[in-house]
Design a protein around this ligand. Structure first.
Ligand code: FDM
Length: 236
């Protein structure tokens, strides 16, 4: 009796500005892949933050550790309840991912595909957008080196002006037009520096259903990948 080597799951990351539609699209992708018989999980970074959209759905599906120590501190910071040094909070966001890294690896090796709502890319660009002279994009990327690198990055592409039209920015620290424009610019810079990544730019200005179709089409081609999981390298 010869047992087949089990195929690993695929690591899919969805990134983009606030209000680009990430969480809704993660939900639709999860359902579409499940319907096709895939074993899929959803996780979101930072873990343990207050969800503004799809609250019930996220609570049901999110498997990040909602009681993690870093998650609680990050939540207080994002809600404006606590101040933090820019570097310190940056490293906590990164630690929040490292806390989950082992779990991600073991789920993938058990054949589970993981859809990740924000990841290291958000981590680097939101901190660098603060324009602290001692916190460059390169500095911000460094603690991500060694984390599992996604097989597929879906970037929901939309301008800051366009997301502002969607309105309804909440109370969170980074939800201002000035910040979002800087974030958008830095996302472009970061994605152009990450050679070797499989990045799909998805036009997020279209209606939800159209965006969901584009995302599914981009994803389906990747579900049979068998190459070993890679890790993030230094920015070049
Ligand atoms: N954010 C998110 C960061 O500043 N660093 C990070 O590492 C991550 C993952 O936190 F404004 C920011 C991005 C956003 C805020 O995200 C919370 P959600 O998606 O709105 O919960």
């Amino acid at each position: 009796f010869h047992e087949d080597v089990k195929a690993r799951g695929v690591l899919i990351v969805v990134e983009g500005l606030d209000r680009a539609g990430k969480t809704v699209q993660c939900q639709l992708l999860l359902e579409a892949l499940q319907q096709r018989g895939h074993h899929v999980k959803y996780i979101k970074f930072p873990g343990n933050t207050t969800m503004k959209v799809c609250l019930g759905w996220v609570l049901k599906h999110a498997c990040s550790d909602r009681n993690s120590l870093t998650g609680k501190i990050i939540n207080g910071y994002l809600q404006g309840q606590a101040q933090q040094d820019d570097h310190s909070i940056h490293l906590l966001f990164s630690a929040n991912r490292w806390e989950a890294a082992q779990r991600i690896r073991s789920d993938l090796s058990n054949g589970i595909t993981i859809i990740v709502d924000r990841y290291s890319y958000s981590g680097a660009v939101y901190s660098a957008a603060k324009e602290n002279p001692d916190l460059s994009l390169e500095w911000a990327w460094q603690p991500e080196v060694g984390l599992p690198r996604p097989d597929l990055l879906l970037f929901l592409s939309i301008s800051a002006e366009e997301t502002a039209k969607r309105g309804g920015y909440g109370e969170e620290r980074y939800e201002t037009n000035a910040m979002q424009s800087k974030v958008r610019h830095l996302f472009d810079r970061l994605l152009s520096m990450n050679h070797g990544h499989d990045i799909h730019l998805i036009d997020a200005r279209f209606p939800v259903d159209q965006v969901a179709k584009d995302i599914l089409n981009s994803t389906l081609g990747h579900l049979s990948e068998r190459k070993p999981l890679e890790t993030f390298a230094k920015l070049r």
